[in-house]
Ligand binder design. Structure first.
Ligand code: GMT
Length: 378
């Protein structure tokens, strides 16, 4: 198949999932065309069968704001026409599903290319609910030929909050368990925790919804019982606040800010526990990547996290903001080596048996085949 993929090319779960999907599809012999405003972050080496089309955003003095949604739609039309795509798969509804809809209005008289939309999270639970976006999101979901969501939670939110009764296929996020696995020697651990301290890790885009400060409060709870270090990976609007909090709580020696990093399997391999105290999380890809590296997760029970982390088996979940409970869960695991090892093995097994890339990609292929077949019948 010839598949166009549009996503956010920056750090963030939806872009990561879309890029890894494209890479996996290309490996399986499909021709994949990325249509984005910048090279997707995880597409930094050459891959057979992958092509990249950059969206140019025209600037003109009359335009006070950049017209990305329109420029993207125009580029989509161009790529559908000249590459003769079978599928145009957009990730994150705003504005990608809207651009996809506009493009389809233009190309549908000539091409049978089908539009697939994958909903990722805040496009439904947060920004998609803004009154100015809500009708556009609802309409573009209804007009897509197929819609997927990354968790059952997100499907339920989409139908209840937008009053949509369209079929939505739940296709969970995935991880390449051959790449995300615990590897031996770990220089980060030697550097951060030279005295054998336990290592907690958090990976995110440091947006308010991630409640990064809570990881520092959890660390404080843990430090009352055992020596530990916290490694914070990523960057974003809440980083400065988190740095300030470390200073206020006098915890700077215990917290390492690594900033944005791409060598996640190596970093995760050095960790004993992942913290994900999010306010809202439709899936929690960071938790899955940690689990694949044999790292149990202490998280909130928000959104789709319990579909990934099994409470009492591969980690623990608690109420949003309950840092004391999350701290207690962390201590319980970190002080009990036998239990920690068991949770580690459970976390890895769950990633391999439920969320491995080779289990999930065929589900997207089946969905593409289904929408293509329905277009032939129509
Ligand atoms: O808003 C974000 O956190 C970023 C967003 C994204 O698009 O990058 O993440 C969402 O999509 C990820 C991939 O499907 C999910 O793993 C995250 O749980 C989800 N974030 C939220 O729901 C907050």
């Amino acid at each position: 198949m010839k598949i166009g993929i549009t996503c956010y090319p920056t750090y963030g779960g939806s872009g990561v999932v879309a890029t890894e999907l494209g890479k996996a599809l290309a490996l399986r012999g499909h021709e994949v065309h990325f249509i984005t405003y910048a090279m997707p972050m995880r597409l930094d080496t050459y891959h057979d069968n992958i092509y990249y089309h950059e969206v140019d955003i025209p600037n003109y003095p009359v335009f006070e704001f950049q017209l990305y949604t329109l420029a993207l739609a125009g580029k989509m039309v161009d790529v559908v026409r000249y590459e003769e795509l079978d599928i145009l798969h957009v990730h994150y509804a705003i504005p990608h599903a809207i651009s996809g809809y506009m493009a389809k209005q233009i190309f549908q008289s000539e091409f049978k290319t089908r539009l697939v939309t994958t909903l990722h999270g805040t496009d439904i639970t947060l920004i998609g609910l803004e009154p100015s976006f809500q009708p556009l999101v609802k309409f573009s979901i209804e007009q897509s030929d197929a819609v997927t969501s990354v968790s059952r939670f997100l499907r339920e939110k989409t139908t209840s909050q937008f009053g949509i009764d369209k079929d939505i296929d739940v296709i969970p996020n995935f991880v390449d368990t051959n790449i995300y696995h615990r590897n031996g020697g770990c220089s980060l651990r030697e550097q951060v925790a030279p005295k054998g301290e336990k290592v907690l890790v958090h990976v995110s885009n440091f947006r308010p919804v991630k409640r990064v400060d809570d990881t520092i409060y959890i660390l404080r709870e843990v430090l009352a019982h055992l020596p530990a270090k916290l490694v914070l990976v990523g960057d974003g609007p809440e980083r400065a606040t988190a740095e300030r909090l470390c200073r206020e709580l006098n915890l700077c020696d215990h917290v390492k800010f690594l900033g944005k990093q791409s060598a996640l399997p190596q970093i995760l391999s050095c960790a004993d526990l992942m913290l994900l105290p999010s306010q809202s999380e439709s899936f929690g890809l960071a938790a899955l990547e940690a689990m694949s590296c044999g790292v149990p997760v202490v998280a909130t029970s928000s959104g789709g996290i319990p579909e990934v982390v099994v409470h009492g088996e591969s980690g623990y979940v608690a109420e949003i903001g309950d840092v004391r409970r999350m701290g207690r869960y962390a201590v319980d695991l970190l002080l009990n080596e036998k239990k920690l090892q068991k949770f580690r093995a459970n976390a890895r097994r769950r990633a391999v048996e439920k969320f491995d890339v080779n289990l999930i990609i065929p589900r997207y292929e089946e969905l593409y085949e289904r929408v293509l077949a329905s277009s032939v019948d129509a």
